[in-house]
Ligand binder design. Structure first.
Ligand code: LLP
Length: 425
């Protein structure tokens, strides 16, 4: 193809037998477009990290929970988590069995815990209080506990999920309380897990934290290690968002060989025969998704040039919420045209000045009628979308392995906005 700025998706043949402008025309914008080959490749990268018999990949579906994508992850051998009844529902729609779903809870009501139990799931609790709650309704059952290893990491303070400054996990210093409650409710500690934060690009920190969890497993009182079936190191595996700057990928070769060596040696040393899980979300889903939008109005306000699109922060909140960077491709009507490069800011159609998708970017001139492709939008894109300003959630399309496009979620309609209303006469 010969669009204005599209070499990244061109080289992947991301849009299969279609052009992005055709897809925008057929399905409308904003539109999430996913590529099956990319998704499957990312699943295989992760499944290949270790050949240890107990090693597995627990896809954290908060990144993207469309059941069509989940089903492909299942076909690639991944299992999944759920942290709400809604995520559990999507996992079940995708055909996962209870043994393939881990319920990683956080501040759940007793009803939610009961719902997960009713479906036969192993539940991870992340506080002593919730261990007690679960114990009361699951006497004699199994439980998993999320520990806070005391070290955190992440691309933004809002996504650091361990360490002293966060709400997550049980402090290992509370081990006596934990074991007193396990005893009180006759429960077995069947698993331990952690998640230190999101988006690391170097293996070191993750492996250090994994070692901390393994040490904790070894030091569990009352020979509890013998009963452990799952040790889950959490997610956080990063992807390079700066595609056009050639940002290097996470070195999965290095990460895999070090992780494999760590868990194999530890299992050998301790006699542990259970599973070792990693829990990535972003790495699985981010790169298979591009968000397409249309440019409706271009203007200069003072010195700044704004490209106004239909991509408000209701469809992709990451830039507004975390100042996240997503690369922008430009698909023009006359694709051979030469355009001058200039500094531009891409904004959406929401009534807030923070509605900025890409700030002060050196890009070929964006003009009205262009279609834009926001790269790496497959994770925490649709799942974090909202109806703010009573805007509609977008449609989702899958480019299948044979290059054809298939609608996997229709666009919302104004009737969908009114669906839950009561009391109108
Ligand atoms: N496990 C647990 C318990 C988690 O809380 C998370 C993410 C994951 C696994 C997966 O983390 P990942 O591999 O995707 O980094 N909305 C933010 C990311 C928030 C992550 C929250 N927890 C973003 O758009 O960057």
């Amino acid at each position: 193809m010969s669009d204005i700025r599209s070499s990244y998706t061109d080289q992947l043949q991301f849009y299969g037998r279609h052009t992005p402008r055709e897809l925008a025309e057929t399905f409308g914008t904003p539109l999430y477009v996913y590529n099956e080959n990319v998704l499957r490749q990312r699943c295989r990268d992760l499944m290949g990290l270790s050949s240890h018999p107990g090693f597995g990949v627990n896809y954290s579906v908060k990144a993207n929970s469309n059941p069509v994508l989940l089903r492909m992850a299942r076909e690639e051998g991944l299992v999944v988590d759920a942290m709400s009844p809604g995520e559990l529902h999507m996992d079940l729609l995708a055909g996962f069995t209870p043994g393939q779903i881990l319920y990683i809870s956080n501040n759940n009501s007793v009803e939610e815990l009961q719902n997960a139990l009713k479906h036969g799931l192993l539940i991870s609790v992340d506080s002593v209080a919730q261990l007690d709650d679960l114990g009361r309704i699951n006497k004699g059952g199994k439980v998993m506990i999320r520990f806070n290893p005391g070290i955190g990491a992440g691309h933004h303070a809002k996504v650091v999920t361990a360490g002293k400054e966060t709400k997550f996990g049980v402090n290992p210093e509370q081990m006596d309380d934990v074991f007193a409650l396990l005893q009180k409710h006759d429960m077995t500690l069947a698993g331990i897990n952690q998640h230190i934060g999101s988006l690391f690009m170097e293996a070191g920190g993750y492996l250090d934290a994994a070692e901390v969890l393994l040490r904790l497993a070894e030091q569990l009182p009352q020979g509890a290690l013998q009963n452990l079936e799952i040790i889950d190191f959490g997610g956080g595996f990063g992807i390079p968002y700066r595609k056009y700057e050639g940002q290097p990928r996470l070195d999965t070769g290095e990460l895999g060989s070090r992780l494999h060596a760590l868990i194999s040696a530890w299992a050998e040393k301790t006699g542990y025969t259970g599973r070792f899980l990693i829990e990535p979300g972003r790495y699985v889903a981010a790169e298979c998704g591009v968000l397409l939008g249309r440019v409706h109005a271009v203007k200069n306000n003072s010195e700044k040039r704004y490209a106004g699109t239909d991509l408000g922060f209701n469809v992709l909140v990451r830039p507004a919420m975390y100042d996240s960077f997503h690369d922008v491709e430009i698909y023009g009507e006359n694709s051979h045209e030469k355009r001058e490069t200039m500094v531009q800011t891409v904004v959406g159609n929401i009534c807030e000045s923070g509605d900025i998708l890409a700030k002060d970017r050196e890009l070929p001139e964006i003009v009205e009628g262009d279609v834009l492709g926001i790269l790496d939008a497959g994770a925490y894109g649709f799942t974090m979308s909202s109806n703010y300003n009573q805007r509609l959630r977008p449609a989702e399309v899958l480019i299948q392995s044979d290059g054809t496009a298939r609608l996997i979620r229709r666009r919302e309609s104004p009737d969908d906005l009114a669906r839950c209303l009561e009391g109108l006469i």
